[in-house]
Write a protein that binds this ligand. Sequence first.
Ligand SMILES: [Zn+2]
Length: 107
Amino acid sequence: MAKPFDELLSDNRVKEYELLKAEIINIANMRHQTISLLYGAVGAKQTCYNCSKEPLLKDEVGLCKKLLGRNCKYLFCLDCLAEQLDVTAEYLLVRVEDFKNQGCALF
Ligand SMILES: [Zn+2]
């Protein structure tokens, strides 16, 4: 039996969303690898409290401080922070750009 048009449309949108999400995660991973190399050179490492990913990106540390408080005890990677706050990683990436545009010193 053919699916109603609405259902097909929403299926496609879910697929689009999944593709976009995979793409963003890929980019984040590539950036992570590049920055790992840079951090490795200076020896500064910060670790995700939840999944132990290290080093955390400057944006990830900035987000934790911005959203959890500057003196927050635990730092999280983008994915874990999104899970903690019950939002998507994409939403957090958009917020990072907002904070940067506002001239926030944490980023
Ligand atoms: Zn994590």
